[in-house]
Design a protein around this ligand. Structure first.
Ligand SMILES: Cc1cc2nc3c(=O)[nH]c(=O)nc-3n(C[C@H](O)[C@H](O)[C@H](O)COP(=O)(O)OP(=O)(O)OC[C@H]3O[C@@H](n4cnc5c(N)ncnc54)[C@H](O)[C@@H]3O)c2cc1C
Ligand code: SF4
Length: 324
């Protein structure tokens, strides 16, 4: 680990001032400390933000409001979240391990870095860690890598399960910087790699995530998350699907579908959604819509299986949420 300065702040102003001086915020530390140990991250100044007042969960008729320092386990277990936003609870409960969820924050989960093994090995070529150095995953071990939204510069998947559910539900992220506050739709928050894979999100240097909001609607109660992974205990997704359906009068009135484990960012599926709206729930509707799940996929040497896997994951979750 490289030497670094450490400070613990109790006011937002102190946090932002420290963040502006090339500081790196730490909440649960479950990602940042690992990366610092591996010398992938070498911040000069680490700022503990746990003294800040971003720890509330509020549920109103308009939607859900979650402070960025709420722990993953806390949000997952919240009774109103379980009842009204089951897709969020399920995505969180299928993330990491119980010990990690008790420690890790919602803001940190959204901001976690890629799990690509070459990114975490400082001796490998990685355009995200070291722009312009190349990408060892392209011709190396790429079974876990993305098939959607990739570029010739990076093919790493976005690792957060929660972010997939947030993209499906049109969540908005509130951020604060020295210049004021702004709101960023979660769909615009995560950036595809293109030819600048080192830019992973639209947060400006020194900005803090303060909270996120999730609008409520007829679809949020009828929602859920399915995660397919190599083993039942904690593991990142090979493919996952967040589905939320508004079904009234025997017709699908609204559909939200996003997938994880296959995209370089949490991946919304508008074509699947369009294929569902106006249709009668049933096996044919689910199968036809899910067939569009891997639209535009560019598989690598070892991950072509994800094309069928993501289609089947979406179909299974449509059946579970919508009924057969
Ligand atoms: C073994 C293991 C298995 C895992 N499995 C899964 C999984 O299956 N699914 C999944 O989704 N995740 C998984 N994770 C990742 C885990 O969920 C994250 O490590 C955790 O959510 C990060 O939260 P944290 O509060 O500890 O973040 P930290 O490590 O404190 O911070 C992470 C990053 O976020 C930044 N940050 C933190 N808070 C803020 C804020 N408020 N504003 C701006 N920047 C901020 C930090 O500067 C840092 O860059 C796994 C992790 C491990 C170690
Ligand atoms: S896939 Fe992305 S994160 Fe992995 S080695 Fe290539 S550039 Fe780095």
């Amino acid at each position: 680990m490289h030497p670094f300065a450490f400070s613990r702040v109790s006011t937002v102003t102190a946090a932002l001032n420290a963040g502006a001086r090339d500081g790196r915020y730490v909440a649960g530390g479950t990602t940042l400390v690992d990366l610092m140990r591996e010398t992938v991250e070498r911040p000069a100044h680490v700022v503990d933000i746990n003294g800040l007042p971003y720890k509330d969960i509020t549920v109103t008729r308009q939607g859900l409001h979650v402070g960025s320092l709420v722990r993953m386990s806390e949000l997952a277990a919240h009774p109103e979240v379980r009842a009204t936003y089951p897709v969020l609870s399920q995505a969180l409960e299928l993330s990491a391990s119980a010990q990690l969820r008790n420690m890790a924050s919602i803001g940190g989960n959204i901001m976690q870095r890629p799990r690509c093994p070459y990114f975490r090995d400082v001796h490998s070529a990685c355009n995200r860690r070291d722009p312009g150095s190349g990408c060892d995953a392209l011709r190396g071990d790429n079974r876990m890598q993305a098939i959607l939204g990739t570029s010739t510069h990076c093919v790493a998947t976005h690792p957060s399960d929660l972010a997939v559910a947030l993209v499906a539900l049109d969540a908005v992220i509130q951020v604060r910087g020295l210049d004021g506050t702004r709101s960023i739709p979660v769909q615009d928050f995560f950036l595809r790699p293109g030819d600048t894979p080192q830019s992973e999100h639209s947060l400006r240097p020194g900005e803090l995530i303060t909270s996120l909001t999730v609008p409520t609607g007829a679809h949020t109660r009828r929602s859920g998350y399915l995660k397919v992974r190599d083993r039942q205990s904690y593991e990142f997704a090979l493919a996952s699907a967040a589905v939320a359906l508004d079904i009234r009068g025997g017709v699908v009135r609204g559909a939200r579908v996003a997938v994880g484990g296959v995209g370089t960012v949490p991946w919304r599926l508008p074509r699947v959604e369009e294929a569902l709206v106006g249709k009668r729930p049933g096996r044919r509707t689910w199968t036809d819509a899910a067939a569009l799940a891997a639209d535009g996929a560019v598989p690598l040497s070892e991950n072509a299986f994800k094309v069928k896997l993501v289609e089947r994951t979406v179909r299974r979750q449509l059946m579970t949420i919508g009924g057969q």
